[in-house]
Design a protein around this ligand. Sequence first.
Ligand SMILES: [Fe+2]
Length: 306
Amino acid sequence: MIRTLLHVGMTVPDLEVGRAFYELFGLETRAVASDLVFRCEGRAQDQLRLMEGRRKKLSYVSFGTNEEGMKALPGSLERAGVRVAHSPFGDIDGLWFQDPHGDWVNVQLAEPAPSLAGPAVEINAPGNYRRIGRRACDLASLRKRARPRRLGHLIKFTPDVNRSVDFYGRVLGMKLSDRAGDVLAFMRGCAGGDHHMLAFAKSTHTGLHHLSFEVGDIDEIELGAQTLLRAGYKDGFGLGRHVGGSNYFHYIRDPWNSLAEYFWDIDIIPEDDSGWTPLDAAPEELTAVWAATPPPPDFVVNFEAP
Ligand SMILES: [Fe+2]
């Protein structure tokens, strides 16, 4: 049923602190009633909604499906004993319900807006030279900046990874791509696509580990990360390349100690799963092929209050 990730809602104690961070990250802001809504440049789709509240908290995740999915979902929820509710977060269409750990989920009849395609990245790989007589970098490259194209995925903390995988898989139709036992699990939409749109990491309670935005190339990952670091934001982890998803990554701490990730070159899995065999490996094996530094000890700390 769940095919796409649409947007995420978070409560934060100071909207302007959030605006400063996410605008420098590369997103565009607009005020909608008393909230701030963030989009990627040139793409007509909300990606992040900040609502003012007492403390920082991941409030809900909004997913998209098709007509068939919207027809099947109420029955699947009923069979699982899940009650459909009115939106606790204002006028947002679709079905609202809580997952087994009380986190709010919204599923709407919606296609994601197309994201801006970058120019074909032509790489001079050994023995496979594609860029002949043209520079990869010129003086205009010095003015390049990170332009997030879309919200690709998020990782949520959960007290029970197996229970979360069962719910989002059996009840909501997502598929498991890779896992590290009962510590970490990556899930994709029912129609394939990105290696993961939602992943679960074990903690004592729920919360947001990170939001991840796709950028145009590896340069944009570091241009974005270095811009935030120079402005005084705290490094999270990176630059590196994951095994789970294969994407290059750099994570920066947002003002409330959740992580915001830039990613590029993620694995794509076809709808019929052909060619894909899920891994079940140790968490550190899935974390990185390499990274500029080892993951800091706080990389897997849940900074949201229980
Ligand atoms: Fe990620």
